[in-house]
Write a new protein. Sequence first.
Lengths: 312, 309
Amino acid sequence: MGIIEWIHYEDFDHARRLIDEIDRLHIPYVRIGFTWADWHEEHGDAWFKWLFEVLSAKADVLPCFVYTPVHEAHKKFDREANDYVPYAPYFPPKHPDHYVKFIDTMISRYGSFFTHLELWNEPNNKANWDRSFDPEWHMFGDMLRRASRLAQYRGKKVVLGGLSPIDPRFLDVLHTRGALDGIDVVGIHAFPQMTGWTTDWQGWDKNIAAVKQTLNNYGLDLPVWITEVGHSTFKNTVEEEEMQVTVFNEVLAAKAERVYWYCMFDLAREFNPTQDDEREYHLGIKHADGKPKLLYSKWLTQSQDTEQLIDK
Amino acid sequence: MLKQKLGICQWFHYEDRTAVESAVLHFGKLGVRHLRTDISWADASRPNGWKWYRWLYRELHSHGMQILPCVYLTPPSISENGNTNGPPQRLEDYADFIARCIDEVGQWIGPYIEHWNEPNNDIKWDQQFDPFEEGRKKQGSMLRMATKVAHQAGFKPILGGMSPIDHDWIDLMTGVGAMEYCEVVAIHAFPGMWNDTNWKGWDHMVEYFNQCFPDKPIWITEIGRATSSPEGSPDIQLECLNELALALQKHPILERAYWYSLLDLPQSKQEIEVTAGGYKEPAEHALGLVTEKGALKPAYARFKELLAQ
């Protein structure tokens, strides 16, 4: 079981708190968004280097390379308002070429810190890839195909940015774009007990079997990783905290080679003012002020027990 | 008629005389008149660099070619990033190099000179050293000086064909005065692949050109489609050529097009620009009308027909 956390550009404090917890809970895997947009910030290079160094000292790092910088993004014109829609990081790039080059650069600069890399995040979710520019994923498929082959050529394993929803038909689309050949691991995301986020939940094993079946159709036998799973405690009730534990235990039993729990800390409201779904703020296993939730306490006890076992 | 508008873009590797001889034979058979090829600043700076380019341009000219040279690739020793896609440490060096090109091979080229190749593409211009968000100041200044030199020497400058087609970049260049002497806007198109995966057709593009560059004709200095799978196929390449031919006949604003390319890039050779990790895309080796073994693809015969019309 690993952890996934999104850390804002140069939020050193957040990163340090996460690293302390990774240490305390003995978490072996961490998945972190290294955004293309942050790379273009003034100290993008230094920030990436620092974050890779401190994280990889404690855990295996899976970087997720995603999100278009403002100057690289397509512009979106709203005919009714007769004006451009404000930029969003999930707008596809004008130059898919530049994303491929960005991946090349990431491997050149930080390749020693990771064995696997993840290309994009939830590409079949319109909140992470604006399909109005690319309705049939022609651009995404081509970009993924090129970036994945380049990454493999350079000795890295490629994780497909987690599917959300877990819709095996998206794999069919990627296959027709020739984009599955460069994939080593398929990522999937689900929030099983969260209405609206995950609908008609059939359980992990059915979902994983469906993904594996689709891959089998193309002669592929790839590992499936659950790269995001979690549960929100937005009403701050005991029942929710217990449900978080239940969701955790269920995913532990799933037939997935690796799981990343979303996430460690509830989102700090002052740094994330624009979430339109209140539940987004409460997915942590610790409250924003550091107070542990039930799942955190159980995780900690378990890791201490394990430690004692090892010591004995 | 099309002979005046449709030519070929073919790069030649340093001292690859065999490729030049083969290309010249095909140019004759196809009836090609317009050729776009490179002057690599890096190669010209080698000890025998100018000897090679003088031979190349004299040879091509003697076969009746009207040549558009595309001048780019910074010598690594004077490049900010130590690579051919870095800005030169002294921006005026590029203008001086343009003057040198005119001295050395000016009698065989022109009247147009293309300044840089895909200057808005990170692979050909390392934006880390000259960020777009900071206005591409180095590139703008370099191109402004160089285009002025070409203009003063009696040539017609063009800014390197864009990929992707992006009026924001032209606006930046116009803002710093780099478009002052440029009569045309150059673009690149690889419909259905690379930066043009969601290609909507030439009619749609012409609408865009009319809106964004109302007073400038368009030169398509690279247009092509790979015959490799999944990027394309020999039939898809043929279709791409047919659509281009129709568009050239229909839209006067599309003044010139250079098909990319004549000869498939041999598997043993790198692209002219190499990215840091050295990865070669298979499609780069399948853009020609003629395969590495010399077989003619379906679009070859069609190209000949079109030029004969």
